[in-house]
Ligand binder design. Sequence first.
Ligand SMILES: O=P(O)(O)OC[C@H]1O[C@@H](O)[C@H](O)[C@@H](O)[C@@H]1O
Length: 370
Amino acid sequence: MSVMDRVNAFGVSIISVLQARGFNENIIYAINEASNPQHLLMFYFPFVAVIDSVFAAQLLLCMAFSGWLTSMIKWLSLSDRPYWWVQETSYYLHDQRPILKQTSQTCEIGSGNPSEHMTSAVIISILFCMWMTSYLDECQCKINWSSWIMFPFCFYNALIVMIAQLYTAVHFPHQCLIGAMIGAILVPVLCVYIIDPYIWQYGAVSNKDTVVVRVWYVLSTIGMTLIAVFTYYCYKSIGWQPSWSIKLAYRYCDNPANITRTSIPLFSIMTSTAYMLGWALFVSPAVIRYRYFTKPRSIPLGLLIALLFLKIFQLIEHFSCNLDIKTYYLVQFLVTVCKPGLFLRVLPSILKLPYFCITCCEQLALKMEQ
Ligand SMILES: O=P(O)(O)OC[C@H]1O[C@@H](O)[C@H](O)[C@@H](O)[C@@H]1O
């Protein structure tokens, strides 16, 4: 009996207690959906971009990099998920094997460690707190924001996502804690060393031409893609089946119809690298021109256009999902690379358009009067 078996069995006991206690499942589902990494990038990012492009640029890179990193760790850790581990393990005697309840969100098919939902929840919570701090500073609001609100807010957010993830038996508690830790480390590291120096032009990058920095970021993204491809083929060459967890998921999922294409780890790696490439190509120090206090801008128009873009992406998804898997991935990759450009460059410029037109008309009217 290995140490890992004991840790997993302890986790299963916690899950059993939570499931026996019972929670409102609609709330649990909503929490899991709200912290779904794909949804964060697909829905939160566009709306954050309407309000503040710097916040959106931070969110995008933190989420994309964490998606890549967690997927790589998942590949390397080859760890189980509770809903199949209880049925596979020889830890329990046959009549003592616990029965875990499965829900429509249980059938995740990647390896279990770490929890990407937890990483995402911690990332969005910390970034939101950082943004709020800067907003309150701007308003010269003197409350001890960080210690009284920020830490409890992040902690409770992480806690409710962890309960939702455990209740649905998708993760063991230690996988949730590792996921949260990755998020808590990544945000300060990426913001302090990469995103903020580049956007605000300080530190080593401030002496370099933006084009050079951009080329460097593009090359880094290509390097990360190559690392993923290399890892994949190395594993295959030593006889490891990258689809081992998918097979287990299909074997033990009560309702395989709940398994979705987008929860495949390869899909997560593909979208993460596409978002990073989009970030490298389209994010520049120019994003500081579109912040929450920038005027004049039409926020309602921005929200409407963001909805329109989302509708177009939904239509592309709808039509491409009938294509063969390789073409589907290619279409998704190209669309995803364009998203940062659309939401961080095109959309903010459109928001200024109505005011620009009004100014032009006023100047024209003035000239005609003269
Ligand atoms: O590691 P977790 O939290 O189970 O998340 C795994 C996957 O969960 C899916 O629901 C998401 O669509 C994927 O993007 C994600 O990779």
